[in-house]
Design a protein. Sequence first.
Length: 155
Amino acid sequence: MPDWVLRHVPAWSRAALEWLIHPAVLAGLGVGSALLFVLGAAGVPWFLARLPTDYLSRRELAELGLPATKRSAWQIAARISRNLLGVILLVVGVIELVLPGQGLLTILVSLMLLDFPGKKKLLRRMLGSKVMFRAINSIRRRAGQPPLDRGGSRR
């Protein structure tokens, strides 16, 4: 590492910086970045095009007064897997904010997969952005799908 860099870097972070600028680490970051870009460029539009048109306007079971059904072990495993994938995509989306990729759309997809209180309200708020909503409907139009119905998110 050049001396001029060492003068400006605190002693406690030099080991991490030396590890980060190692050629093998830089090559791994480059390959990982390219892979995330390709997966994001293909996977995010694929997912958004397959959302039901009424995804944001559907009412929850409790609002309709329908009784909740018991979940089988497979349904529980699928829900856990979906949430795990959502967490992974959330981390990837945050990484894609600084690396090449569709960071905001990946974060949006991750939030759609995760289960948490206030999910629909947050998604409606995020889609309140005309730019984001137009981008999603543009992807859906190219895939031959009808536009999303915003439901209660109009501003």
